[in-house]
Design a protein around this ligand. Structure first.
Ligand SMILES: *Cc1c(COP(=O)(O)O)cnc(C)c1O
Length: 421
């Protein structure tokens, strides 16, 4: 039992402390392949759990509605300066509570209810908040959606242009949650310019790759960059909006007072630390290693007969279509979980199955790369996935248990940042 990592918590609430300990063990012993997850450093974890939590600071540095901001202003200013430096932008707002509220602030800044907005369809790899029907963004605004082409699995920029010119959306979102390929920000920029739309790059998944130079940057091409801070960027759960100076006022007003009250200062501190870490040469190596691992894992999966959407990956993410393996995505995901390999089931483009029971699984390499696994380990990982999917088809629980202990053995040699040894 490692509960004494949080001695005060253990003394006050042993029931909750035990759950935290159990989660530490689970994270340590399993192989996490969910592409939107990562391990924050011990430093980020410490910064995110400080007395900054006790402070209300509605407003922005130097213009607050509460007194006593001597330190808080400097924390937020540090986070802002680091974000501007790392991403090469004029303006950064580090207050959005998470990626979804950050995107809602963009709507508030640039559109009115009922206006047309355009994004990638959720089942094609887009995000809920890009105007999809079940999201507030799709019911308060008129969402029109683009996808990928059926034969290549790639965004068809001619089709995007045609839709944009026909619909003249107020806002166009590029980016998504299940896109294994590089986003062409310049192509989107020329489309948005022709259509007279505000262009938003939602780089929630790839922000760390951009910071580390392993994916082209949207800076200079788009009006607004929206990102979470907790995916490849390896910070606490939060978000940022970055933009050109001309949009700074609109973005700031939309976040506060438009949508939010007091910022979560302890999270702002964690974001500042993560941005500092992401500015180090070691983070450049990390970002490139994430992509090298994903490409090696994709190659090893293809060798084992897996069907990958778009045929592979350019980034941290791989979308596997399991139709040919005769195992639905959810069945495979649950079997992999029992084998100590954590993934999520996911729709694939043109999926004939339902979103809650789709044909694919989505995997990625940010977490295993944070633990130090290299391209040499990717055939092993592909083997485990292959064996687990076969075991799922045969309901072979013994095979899954055997994989689980092999996974735990390897993971023990690669401790995760921020977790107890
Ligand atoms: C993860 C993600 C979001 C939402 O972030 P939350 O913090 O979960 O609200 C928004 N957009 C994209 C593209 C994402 O991948």
């Amino acid at each position: 039992m490692t509960a004494h990592r949080q001695p005060a918590l253990f003394a006050t609430d042993p029931e909750l402390a035990a759950l935290v300990s159990a989660e530490e063990t689970l994270q340590a012993e399993t192989l996490r392949l969910i592409p939107s997850e990562n391990y924050v450093s011990a430093a980020v974890l410490e910064a995110s759990g400080t007395v900054l939590q006790n402070k209300y600071s509605e407003g922005y540095p130097g213009r607050r509605y509460y007194e006593g901001q001597q330190n808080i202003d400097r924390v937020e200013a540090l986070a802002i300066e680091r974000a501007k430096g790392l991403f090469g932008v004029d303006h950064a707002n580090v207050q959005p509570y998470s990626g979804s509220p950050a995107n809602l602030a963009v709507y508030l800044a640039f559109a009115k209810p009922g206006d047309t907005v355009m994004g990638m369809a959720l089942p094609m790899g887009g995000h809920l908040t890009h105007g999809w029907g079940v999201s507030a963004t799709g019911s308060w605004f008129r969402g029109v959606q683009y996808g990928v082409s059926a034969d290549t699995g790639l965004v068809d920029y001619d089709a995007v242009r045609a839709l944009a010119l026909a619909e003249r959306p107020k806002i166009i979102f590029c980016g998504g949650t299940a896109l294994p390929r590089t986003i062409d920000f310049e192509a989107f920029a020329s489309i948005a310019e022709e259509a007279g739309s505000v262009l938003v790059a939602d780089v929630a998944h790839i922000a760390g790759l951009i910071a580390g130079g392993a994916h082209p940057s949207p800076a200079g091409h788009v009006d607004v960059i929206s990102t979470t801070t907790h995916k490849t960027l390896r910070g606490p759960r939060g978000a940022m909006l970055m933009c050109r100076e001309e949009h700074a006022k609109a973005i700031d007003k939309a976040v506060f007072p438009g949508l939010q009250g007091g910022p979560h200062n302890q999270t702002t501190a964690g974001i500042a630390v993560a941005l500092h870490e992401a500015a180090q040469p070691s983070f450049v190596s990390y970002a490139h290693a994430v992509v090298a691992n994903a490409k090696a894992l994709a190659a090893a999966l293809l060798e084992r007969g897996f069907d990958l959407v778009s045929g592979g990956t350019d980034n941290h993410l791989i979308l596997i279509d399991l139709t040919g393996k005769d195992v639905p995505g959810k069945v495979a995901a649950k079997a992999l979980d029992r084998a100590g390999i954590v993934v999520n089931y996911n729709t694939v483009p043109f999926d004939p199955r339902k979103p809650f029971d789709p044909s694919g699984i989505r995997i990625g390499t940010p977490s295993l790369t944070s633990r130090g696994l290299t391209v040499a380990h990717m055939p092993v990982v592909a083997d485990w996935i292959s064996r687990a999917v076969d075991a799922a088809a045969k309901a072979d629980e013994a095979a899954l248990a055997a994989i689980r202990s092999e996974v735990a053995d390897l993971m023990a040699a690669f401790p995760a940042p921020g977790l107890p040894l």
